[in-house]
Write a protein that binds this ligand. Structure first.
Ligand code: AMP
Ligand code: MG
Length: 404
């Protein structure tokens, strides 16, 4: 049996980043950048007002009452032609370009002009008593971003606000990594479709739902192959279907243990190789990795919690590597264990809920840790990590956890 780390390294070493494609900005959320992106121009594009008010010359202002004549009205989107002289002001709206000669803005609420309803024409003059400094309430050109500056880096996963920034910079198409494609199958004679009537001895296939959503959450695309029966022929037929499709790897659940009807390992070996099929972890010991007709194959355990944990510990990183991601999506945190935890010495991942107590994150288990108890996973917000070799973690001790 190999360690979790060794298994992860062996799996990851088989995968390389997939091809790239150029796609429309609107489709880029959660996609991963292939190259650094730089600004082709400054932002803001021009000096503009940060307030609705009056563009003025700061040097005109004083602590005593001052009256300025209003010589122009500058709405957002217009290109001002006026040049402000001494004693002059221009009404200006937020985001509108500053006129030449002006170097500051006095907010409308600091002046005697009290008519602020939409449609009110500009006054002939304004009065106020306030010293305004050069640059007050002005957003100068290039204040946020300079031409040539790197704004987003290769390997970053694009967030909604990143798309907004790229739009500001006029980048309407982006080179991103192609989404890795994963063929997904379940296996087991006991498995029913979610809407099939219940039959004696049968249960519903839940893994294909959990795993499909996990694949997508990691940035992959799923090809759902359905359920293989517990026969060589059925397992082989689904694997062949995966081979005919353009997928990056095959992901299955169940059928890789030592049961009398666990045919998956055997079928893989008949037309490929199995690198390993057991990992020193709990849950999730029967975890297989190999190749079927040169296509990488990862066989997760059948129990729903084991399948989930196996995905999080091994498969998520594969999808992230394939999709070029340099910013992994799972965060490790330090927590304090609320209760004593026993382990059998395998590297263990326990379902836990995290709460805060006097600034410390405290983890409590969400229920019995049987690998078929999906509810306790549903109620968890972290996987508490008990390292290999540890048999007991006393209450109050620190441990690491993956935030779900
Ligand atoms: P196996 O590895 O085939 O022996 O499966 C281990 C356990 O996981 C059995 O109790 C199966 O019924 C269960 N199991 C296998 N596949 C699924 C699935 N797709 N959804 C829910 N439970 C499953
Ligand atoms: Mg089975």
């Amino acid at each position: 049996m190999i360690s979790v780390n060794e298994a992860r390294e062996r799996i990851l070493s088989h995968f390389q980043t997939t091809a790239t494609e150029r796609i429309a900005l609107i489709a880029c959320a959660k996609r991963v950048l292939v190259v650094n992106l730089t600004a082709a121009h400054d932002l803001p594009l021009f000096d503009n007002s940060a307030m609705d008010g009056f563009a003025i010359r700061a040097e005109d202002t004083s602590a005593s009452n001052l009256t300025l004549s209003v010589v122009a009205d500058i709405p957002a989107g217009s290109s001002p032609t006026v040049i402000l002289a001494r004693g002059q002001a221009a009404r200006i709206m937020t985001g509108a370009q500053m006129p030449e000669g002006a170097n500051a803005v006095i907010p409308v609420e600091d002046t005697d002009f009290n008519h602020r309803e939409a449609g009110t024409p500009a006054p002939k003059s304004i009065s106020f008593a306030k010293i305004i400094e050069t640059g007050d309430n002005v957003r100068p050109r290039g204040m946020d971003i300079h031409t040539g500056e790197i704004v987003l880096r290769k390997g970053q996963t694009l967030k909604p606000q990143d798309l907004g920034l790229l739009a500001m910079l006029g980048i309407g198409n982006v080179q991103v990594y192609k989404k890795p494609r994963v063929a997904l199958l379940s296996s087991g004679d006991e498995l029913l479709e979610v809407d099939a009537p219940l039959e004696s001895g049968k249960m519903r296939d839940s893994n294909s739902y959990t795993l499909a959503a996990l694949i997508e959450s990691a940035g992959g695309e799923v090809l759902r192959l359905g359920v293989a029966k517990d026969t060589r022929a059925s397992v082989e037929a689904l694997l062949q279907k995966a081979i005919r499709e353009d997928v990056d790897f095959i992901l299955s659940s169940a059928g890789v243990s030592v049961g009398a009807f666990d045919f998956v390992k055997e079928v893989i070996e008949s037309k490929g190789v199995l690198d390993f099929w057991r990992v020193n972890m709990r849950p999730g010991k029967p975890l297989a990795f190999g190749e079927y007709l040169d296509k990488p194959f990862i066989g997760l355990p059948g129990n729903p919690v084991s399948a989930f944990v196996g995905f999080e510990i091994f498969v998520r990183q594969v999808i992230e590597k394939l999709s070029g991601k340099l910013d992994g999506s799972r965060r490790k945190i330090n927590v304090r264990c609320e209760e004593e935890i026993e382990s059998d010495g395998r590297e263990s991942y326990l379902r836990a809920k995290i709460h805060e107590e006097n600034g410390v994150l405290v983890a409590s288990l969400t229920g019995h840790q049987g690998s078929g108890n999906l509810l306790s996973l549903v109620q968890a917000d972290a996987l508490l990590i008990i390292p290999a070799g540890v048999k007991c973690v006393p209450a109050g001790q620190e441990a690491e956890a993956y935030l779900l």
